[in-house]
Design a protein around this ligand. Structure first.
Ligand code: KG4
Ligand code: ZN
Length: 359
């Protein structure tokens, strides 16, 4: 099945063409206009998606050497994410589905991240433990099967990527700072300072605001020249603490739920130390560890097309009035009546809905 997919939940505008789970064309544009503000400005993000989406769609189709008429389905991210940003990709996708009379899936962004490692051509054995780490999310999920997710833990405050970005800003790095911190910290000494590691007992939740504040306090204690001289050391110490919490949760998750594999996904999954430590944990637990290709760690439409195509192939359709869901738990996908993308409507209902929208 050949599908066209759209992702616009935050600051990446991305369009992909896939056929039978294999990527044919894929264009992702990360918005740089937010750098001046040190974080994503929602209104600017929406406007930029709107300006780029048509051009990127043409580019993805050209790269795939396909035409719109060859598409057999359309998928677009419906949530979670920024409401205005989501509306652009979702409505654009619906428009194309409507005009070509194609089946449509309103996709869950995090479900895309969960399965993004399969785009490398490997199949992940279930049940597996997925650590979803990005600028907006930090979750530990037990994936029982496709569409069946159990949220084991999530952040109580900041996401881990958000902590990287805020600490980076504090130390003069531009947004988003995760990749730069990863590089600079490699030159630093993590023992330079010991930041607190908030483990919260047996809980599987995460918390990053305390660590962020501890870095701020430490920077305030130092002279600007000391901060400059020890920037790599401060970042290495921060990173050690940030990743220790993630790996502690992975270990506990393995002990309690006995998964058959580990998956690390989302923007922070590109982190070199996290990759190394997760691989070590996998090795000592005799579990295969999967990561998406580093080009597929950040938000992208390839992962949306991958899961959308699975749903389309299973006969699932979302109605063309499916709303954006800025807040949307993976667990809701279990219950078809609450879920947009799992809601199966008959072909007659689908045709009615299309006819109503066309009239
Ligand atoms: O998944 P993503 O593209 O967007 C969200 O859904 O948030 O993740 C972006 C996040 C940013 O916070 C960025 O700083 C972080 O991923 N990031 C990294 C690395 N590369 C990107 N964090 C740590 N190490 C990296 N190498
Ligand atoms: Zn994401």
């Amino acid at each position: 099945m050949r599908v066209l997919a759209f992702e616009s939940s935050c600051d990446e505008t991305s369009v992909a063409v896939l056929a039978d789970g294999v990527l044919r064309g894929h264009v992702t544009r990360t918005q740089t206009l937010h750098q001046a503000f040190g974080g994503v400005v929602p209104e600017l993000a929406s406007r930029s998606h709107l300006e780029q989406i048509l051009r990127l769609t043409r580019q993805a189709l050209t790269d795939a050497k396909d035409s719109l008429e060859q598409m057999e389905g359309v998928c677009a991210t419906a949530g979670p994410g920024l409401v205005g940003a989501l509306l652009i990709g979702l409505n654009f996708g619906k428009g194309i589905a409507l005009s070509l009379g194609l089946p449509f899936v309103a996709a869950h962004h995090l479900e895309g991240h969960v399965w993004s490692a399969e785009l490398n051509g490997e199949k992940i054995p279930t049940p597996f433990l997925a650590l979803l780490v990005s600028g907006g999310h930090t979750q530990l999920v037990l994936v029982e099967a496709f569409g069946h997710y159990r949220l084991l833990g999530s952040t109580r405050d900041d996401a881990v990527g958000e902590a990287y970005d805020k600490v980076g800003k504090l130390l003069g790095l531009s947004f988003p700072a995760g990749a730069a911190i990863d590089q600079i910290a490699a030159e630093g000494n993590p023992s330079y300072h010991r930041f607190p590691q908030l483990m919260m007992g047996e809980d599987l939740d995460f918390s990053y605001s305390g660590l962020k504040t501890a870095v701020l306090r430490q920077v305030q204690k130092l002279e600007p020249s000391e901060v400059q001289a020890h920037r790599a050391d401060l970042l290495a110490a921060f990173q050690e603490s940030a990743i220790a919490l993630l790996t502690a949760r992975l270990r506990t998750g393995i002990e309690r739920f006995h998964p058959r594999a580990l998956v690390i996904a989302g923007g922070v999954a590109a982190n070199s130390i996290l990759r190394k430590m997760a691989r070590d944990i996998g090795r000592t637990s005799s579990l295969p560890t999967f990561f998406p290709d580093s080009s597929l760690c950040l938000d992208n439409a390839a992962m949306i097309g991958y899961i959308g195509e699975k749903r389309l192939a299973a006969g699932q359709r979302s109605p063309l009035d499916a709303p954006v869901k800025p807040r949307w738990s993976l667990e809701e996908l279990r219950e078809p009546e609450n879920s947009i993308s799992q809601k199966v409507i008959s072909q007659t209902e689908y045709n009615d809905c299309t006819a109503t929208s066309q009239s």
